[in-house]
Design a protein around this ligand. Structure first.
Ligand code: PLP
Length: 381
């Protein structure tokens, strides 16, 4: 079976984990957490990066820092992971969904302004497949309406938009280091903070509402309960695993891009024959090969293709039942405007196996199986 995903493993992780064990410091905010934070700060140019237990917790911290209150509204697309919405719902916000662009599956930036009301507090662009939303337009709207921008850049580590790192353009950016992402620590994430003014509160929220971070630095002589908070900091053992990969990020990125480009090149003729669609990369975007997907003509064809691939021992997956149509989405959100593309395009999308170290004979097999499946099908797109 060719797996859809294999968790990233470079080979140097054990050395760093061993170091953590030898140092007798396995809780959070030791030297490996700091090395990961520094790596993110240097790579992205963000003012402050804080490793978290997940992207979900980074989003929750961002919602707290935005000071979201009950009845506030937050704008996002409905084609995203539940945590993008849940982080704000936990603070009592109402989610206002707008339609996506069919070419990138990202929020349609042209529909955002129309969804703004007096209650709107934030825009949450999610960069699908590590390909950036139109941040120029989004940041301009946010500025004009005094809204905060929280980037869900869970899939966007090592991607850029006009040369700027995803996650480092909005007020807050959230990364994921889950095992399905390009760089991993099993479960983990990071919060990127652009404005220094938020850093002190962020450190307190992350340390159970205490000023322990200041205490460690010798800035206060005892630490105490000063604000809301929870435990959002990961263990050093996990941070060490992640640092193994961040220190080799260019190699991992190149390896993924090689696989992605191979898929693109080999499936392009099928796209030209109008049998499938393949990803579109806008000119301002440099992506990180987080994902390679194709789009079938409809959900029936997608189901057939999944079955066909499975028979040929290839695992393919789809995702995101649009949030606005889910049980909780109906309760906590509303769709502004028409759902022209969100549902329709989500039903056509299929993700192909892609991970660090994917073997070329395996990619060949995937490509050949897709060609075989489409051999006798008519172009219907
Ligand atoms: C993976 C992912 C998340 C959640 O990440 P965790 O680290 O598992 O919490 C959130 N948003 C998007 C878009 C994701 O792809």
């Amino acid at each position: 079976m060719i797996s859809f995903n294999v968790p990233p493993y470079y080979g140097n992780e054990e050395i760093y984990i061993h170091e953590v064990i030898q140092n007798h410091k396995i809780c959070g905010d030791g030297q490996f957490t700091k090395r990961c934070n520094n790596w993110i700060e240097e790579k992205t140019g963000t003012s402050k990066a804080l490793l978290t237990t997940s992207c979900t917790s980074a989003l929750e911290m961002a919602a707290l820092l935005c000071d979201i209150k009950p009845e506030d509204e937050v704008i996002m697309s409905s084609y995203t992971f539940v945590s993008t919405a849940n982080a704000f719902v936990l603070r009592g916000a109402k989610i206002v969904f707008v339609d996506i662009r069919p070419d990138t599956m990202n929020i349609n930036e042209k529909l955002i302004e129309n969804a703004i009301t007096a209650k709107t507090r934030a825009i949450v662009p999610m960069h699908y497949a590590g390909i950036s939303c139109e941040m120029d337009v989004i940041l301009d709207i946010a500025k004009r309406y005094h809204l905060l921008v929280v980037e869900d850049a869970a899939q966007g580590v090592m991607s850029t938009y006009q040369g700027k790192a995803l996650g480092a353009m909005g007020d807050f950016g959230c990364y994921s280091f889950h095992e399905t992402k390009n760089y991993s620590m099993g479960e983990g994430g990071a919060l990127l903070i652009q404005n220094q003014d938020y850093v002190e509160r962020a450190e307190i929220l992350r340390e159970k509402g205490t000023n322990r971070s200041q205490f460690w630095r010798g800035q206060v002589d005892k630490y105490t309960w000063v604000d809301l908070g929870s435990s959002f900091l990961p263990s050093e053992l996990n941070a060490a695993y992640l640092f193994g990969q961040l220190s080799k990020a260019d190699e991992i990125n190149e390896n993924r891009l090689k696989s992605w480009n191979f898929y693109y090149e080999k499936l392009y003729p099928l796209y030209e024959q109008r049998k499938i669609q393949i990803p579109f990369i806008p000119k301002d975007c440099v992506h990180n090969a987080h994902m390679f997907y194709i789009k079938t003509s409809d959900i029936t064809e997608r189901d057939a293709l999944i079955r066909y691939m499975k028979e040929h021992e290839i695992e393919t997956v789809f995702h995101y039942i649009p949030l606005h149509s889910a049980k909780a989405g109906l309760r906590f959100g509303r769709f502004n405007g028409d759902d022209v593309y969100t549902t329709k395009e989500s039903e056509r999308l299929l993700r192909l196996p892609l991970y660090y170290g994917l073997q070329s004979e395996d990619i060949n097999k995937v490509v050949e199986s897709i060609w075989q499946f489409y051999k006798n099908r008519n172009p219907i797109l």
